[in-house]
Design a protein around this ligand. Structure first.
Ligand code: AP5
Ligand code: MG
Length: 233
């Protein structure tokens, strides 16, 4: 069942520990947007494998140069490379009360790796956001990002105050190299073939909720918080 129209959830207490939370869903469902909202509410880090890879691309590291070709084609970066990156990030002390994994795991093998890697794999809960194909295409082609503060905009649903300029730091907004219609179609094919089975992995374990992402951002956040409260009961 897809959870929709959630009742308002009480804001979390100051030392609330959400534990490991996975945000899953197709390209453009709002994983990054929601992770940023939840990071501010829960005071735990967002770990986005896409952002970590794009940072490597921007710094022209060996990983970044290799990953860029695959990312620009809408294909996945090999499991071992992404797993090493996640393992390194999870060693940081800011993950102690929990973290929001955005866009990982994306294959069944990555999910199996996470299960082996974590001391308490049963503490992992997965929340998937669902949005229809045409809405996703509009979100992807309308998305703009601030290269300085990483804020996410959309020319249709969340435009900046001044066209093309970040509200916060005045930087010129950029469009991701993989946000064209043709690469989006390939990313969706990759998602259906390789990531959709990950949802079934967590559903079978009984640690899974699916929510309706076609609501205003704040309403989706309420649904994620309500889903977490049920999963942690
Ligand atoms: P990644 O960066 O993870 O891309 P993705 O999964 O395709 O997801 P997006 O970041 O495009 O979308 P999102 O769900 O975060 O949506 P957002 O919040 O921005 O991965 C990129 C690439 O890296 C992959 O293709 C792969 O090559 C590689 N990679 C990454 N992880 C990997 C892994 N684990 N293994 C192997 N390879 C990996 O929102 C989208 C737009 O919609 C925005 O403009 C936003 O403003 C708008 N929006 C958001 N919410 C709403 C709302 N409720 N209503 C209206 N508009 C909204
Ligand atoms: Mg994202």
């Amino acid at each position: 069942m897809v959870e929709t129209a959630c009742v308002s959830v009480t804001p979390p207490q100051p030392n609330f520990a959400p534990g490991p939370v996975l945000l899953l869903g197709a390209p453009g469902v709002g994983k990054g947007t929601q992770a940023k909202e939840l990071m501010a509410l829960w005071k735990v880090p967002q770990i986005s494998t896409g952002d970590l890879l794009r940072s490597n691309v921007a710094r022209k590291t060996e990983l970044g140069i290799f990953a860029k070709t695959l990312m620009d084609q809408g294909k996945l970066v090999p499991d071992a490379l992404v797993e090493n990156m996640v393992a390194e990030r999870l060693r940081e002390p800011d993950t102690a009360r929990g973290y929001i994994l955005d866009g990982f795991p994306r294959t069944i093998l990555q999910a199996a790796w996470l299960d082996r890697h974590l001391a308490d794999a049963s503490s992992v809960v997965a929340i998937s956001i669902k949005v229809g194909y045409h809405q996703l295409l509009r979100r992807i082609t309308g998305r703009r990002n601030c290269p300085v503060c990483q804020r996410i905009y959309n020319i249709y649903s969340h435009p900046p105050l001044v066209d093309g300029i970040c509200d916060v730091d005045g930087a010129r907004l950029a469009q991701r190299a993989d946000d064209s219609e043709s690469v989006f179609a390939e990313r969706m094919r990759t998602y259906d073939a390789q990531t959709a089975p990950v949802l079934e992995h967590y559903r079978a374990l009984g640690r899974f909720e699916e929510i309706d992402g076609e609501q205003p951002v704040e309403a989706v956040t309420q649904c994620v918080m309500a889903a977490l409260a049920r999963l942690r009961k």
